[in-house]
Design a protein around this ligand. Structure first.
Ligand code: CUA
Length: 317
């Protein structure tokens, strides 16, 4: 990052420019509107001040065109805000399907970040240039907020559930990561950095860091040691749903309704198995709340994801 004074952080992600454009539009509209109101207040103060011979006010008949203008112009301006904002928000909300998965566990007062391939990091995240990165985040304690100003991304990280966000870096270098939600006495120290590397260098960094295998393989070990494999089999008469090709599919629930098998659903089904029982099965699964940590949950989720079909967990193209 270069030194020197700047009003805005650099635009280091693919979506940064579109967000800045909206901010500048909002700034322009609110500045002009505020200026206009103050200007008119001063003009009318002078023009309609109390003077001898004009002690009492007069009833003024409103001009319909003037009224239509001050109703119509602001409506158009805020509708532009709405549609522009929505068109920028939808692509930011949905991660591209070729995203690289990174899991984030926040706690007082550090960021634990983990790649699907298994390299864990603390307060530091290495990512390749030109590749969308999708973060699945949760907190072990209180609410934190994942904030990278140069990428224009900010998302609350909540205990007890997953939130997601994605970004695609378009500049090499190191960028500040902040916690943007007051989370206790050392909140201001809950900082880190995102290191954007050229793809080849990233591959080298990644292969140098692997020690305990991929997240999914760790999840598979847990799956066996917790006894999940006893019920979740591929047999036709299995007592529990088959997890192969589950991720991303639509699941029919007991009592009607359907849910998409995403990270949040898998997490909930491990911690609170009776919340959404799959149609045709009995609610016999015990809860694993308190028996698995957030890190282990992420491994289990990554394992179920690796069973397919919609997204690969590894280094796909
Ligand atoms: Cu974590 Cu503020």
């Amino acid at each position: 990052m270069d030194g020197g004074f700047r009003f805005f952080p650099e635009q280091a992600s693919t979506t940064a420019a579109s967000i800045d454009d909206i901010v500048f539009y909002l700034l322009a509209v609110t500045t002009v509107m505020t200026g206009l109101v103050f200007f008119l207040v001063l003009v009318f103060c002078a023009k309609y001040r109390r003077r001898p011979g004009r002690e009492t006010g007069v009833q003024v008949k409103p001009n319909p065109w003037l009224e239509a203008t001050w109703i119509g112009v602001p409506i158009v301006l805020v509708l532009i805000m709405f549609f522009w904002g929505a068109s920028a928000y939808f692509p930011i909300y949905r991660a591209p399907s070729n995203s690289l998965d990174v899991y984030v566990v926040a706690r007082q007062w550090m960021w634990k970040l983990q790649h699907a391939e298994g390299a864990p990091e603390i307060n530091e995240l290495h990512v390749p240039l030109g590749r969308p990165i999708r973060l699945t985040m949760t907190s072990q304690d209180v609410i934190h907020s994942f904030y990278v100003p140069a990428f224009r991304v900010k998302q609350d990280v909540l205990p007890g559930r997953y939130t997601t966000i994605w970004f695609e870096p378009k500049k090499l270098g190191e960028f500040h990561l902040f916690c943007a939600e007051y989370c206790g006495s050392k909140h201001s120290g809950m900082v880190g950095k995102i290191v954007v590397l050229p793809p080849a260098e990233y591959e080298r960094w990644l292969s140098g860091g692997i020690s305990q295998g991929s997240l999914a393989s760790g999840g598979h070990r847990l799956f066996l040691s917790l006894g999940c494999a006893n019920c979740h089999t591929e047999a036709a008469d299995a007592r529990c749903p088959n997890l192969v090709r589950l991720y991303g599919s639509a699941v029919r629930l007991q009592g009607g309704g359907e849910v998409t098998a995403d990270e949040s659903y898998i997490r909930e089904s491990i911690l609170d198995p009776t919340a959404k029982v799959v149609s045709g099965y009995q609610p016999i699964m015990p809860s694993f709340r308190g028996r698995v940590s957030e890190e282990e949950l992420i491994q289990l989720v990554a394992y179920v994801k690796s069973l397919g079909p919609t997204r690969e967990t590894g280094r796909d193209k």
